[in-house]
Design a protein around this ligand. Structure first.
Ligand code: PLP
Length: 372
């Protein structure tokens, strides 16, 4: 199999698996218990926390571990509006946010909060003027993703944060796809990240919080994570996340150069009839979301089952609905259904990527010949 679905998840790095192993096999103590073993586990978690904070790279805040980025985003949204001063009952989110943000915002709208979903331009980028027009003293939170999971475009997070702060609102950044790949700009008050997108384990995420901007807890119980997120932490998962974050920091330049080389090779191997969805300039280049007029992308994926990739028109829970992100670019349903997402990174070789892209192109041409 050729794995080209790096935005869905990434392979666990061998160094991460090695770091986790003792905490799975032998070291089972509860990190919140006062025994020697418990204290050893708690110390390992603190090392991991520092590694994740270093990879995030922002000053003036700290991280709490969560069960996923989805949990971190739910917590950030629900906990911030819960704590917001009276009268600040508006939330603003971009139309291209992940379902973890948009569905939570919709839920909050059902609870009586006022939700504004901002459109993006055809290249997937926010026009800051559109945000500025919406901002007023009733806004409590503005949510914007750093690197889009479907189309890879990079939003102007520092400018968005500055605009949010100008009206006294907080800014939440979903940096799940950006961590370890692009700089997270200073500005956001809350940042959600996930281990499994950076070659770490599944089942652990984190919320970075600027000191003073901590949301009200979503999960109540034993008072772990400074009383902000109860539940016994998993030393194995925390250590794995920490190891993945340390590797991402150390390998940042090498990973970036490798991805740039892969992008050049993949785009050169594609035939001429493909277009790239989303901005090419403001983009993380490990994401190649492409469309071809008339292509039946679902059929192409079915015909190339040994290549793991995604539909650009990722269907919402199998409902057959085209991607909300591609629709936000003003693509027709038909164009969205003619799109595929190819994601690559640290462990992708140029030879396998070029092989896959060449076969994708040939299969698309075969579809056209059949239709002709
Ligand atoms: N945000 C983005 C941009 C993502 O790509 C994902 C994962 O698909 C998430 C949030 C959710 O992350 P998790 O799998 O940790 O819940």
């Amino acid at each position: 199999m050729i794995y080209l679905d790096y935005q869905a998840t990434t392979p666990v790095a061998p160094e991460v698996a090695g770091a986790m192993q003792p905490w799975i096999e032998d070291k089972f103590a509860n990190p919140h218990s006062p025994s020697t073993w418990g204290r050893e586990a708690a110390a390992a978690i603190e090392v991991a926390r520092a590694q994740v904070e270093r990879a995030i790279g922002l000053s003036g805040g700290s991280v709490a571990f969560t069960g996923s980025a989805t949990e971190a985003l739910n917590w950030a949204l629900k906990g911030t509006v819960e704590k917001a001063p009276k009268g600040r009952n508006r939330i603003i989110a971009l139309a291209t946010e992940h379902a973890a943000v948009l569905d939570t915002c919709e839920w909050l709208a059902g609870q009586g909060f006022d939700l504004t979903v901002l459109p993006v331009a055809a290249d997937g980028l926010l026009d800051l003027g559109d945000l500025e027009l919406e901002l007023d003293e009733r806004v409590s939170l503005v949510a914007a993703m750093l690197v889009n999971n479907e189309i890879g475009v990079i939003q102007p997070i520092a400018d968005i944060a500055r605009a949010a702060h100008s009206c006294g609102a907080l800014m939440l950044c979903d940096a799940v796809q950006g961590l370890g790949r692009v700089d997270i700009p200073e500005g956001p008050d809350l940042v959600a990240v996930s281990a499994h997108k950076i070659h770490g384990p599944k089942g652990i995420g984190a919320l970075w919080m600027r000191a003073g901007a901590e949301p009200a807890p979503l999960i109540h119980g034993g008072g772990q994570e400074r009383g902000l997120r109860s539940g016994t932490l998993s030393p194995a998962l925390c250590v794995g996340f920490g190891a993945a974050a340390r590797l991402a920091s150390e390998r940042r330049d090498a990973d970036q150069a490798h991805v740039a080389q892969l992008w050049n090779a993949a785009t050169a191997a594609l035939g001429g009839r493909w277009s790239i969805n989303g901005s090419v300039g403001e983009r993380y280049r490990g994401n190649l979301n492409i469309r071809r007029e008339g292509l039946d992308a679902a059929r192409l994926l079915a015909d190339l089952r040994d290549i793991a990739m995604s539909l650009g028109s990722a269907c919402a829970s199998g409902s057959g609905r085209p991607s909300h992100v591609l629709r936000a670019l003003s693509l027709s349903d038909r164009a969205a259904r003619s799109s595929i997402r190819i994601g690559f990174g640290r462990y992708t070789t140029e030879a396998e990527l070029v092989d896959a892209v060449t076969r994708i192109d040939a299969m698309a041409r075969a579809q056209e010949n059949l239709a002709a």
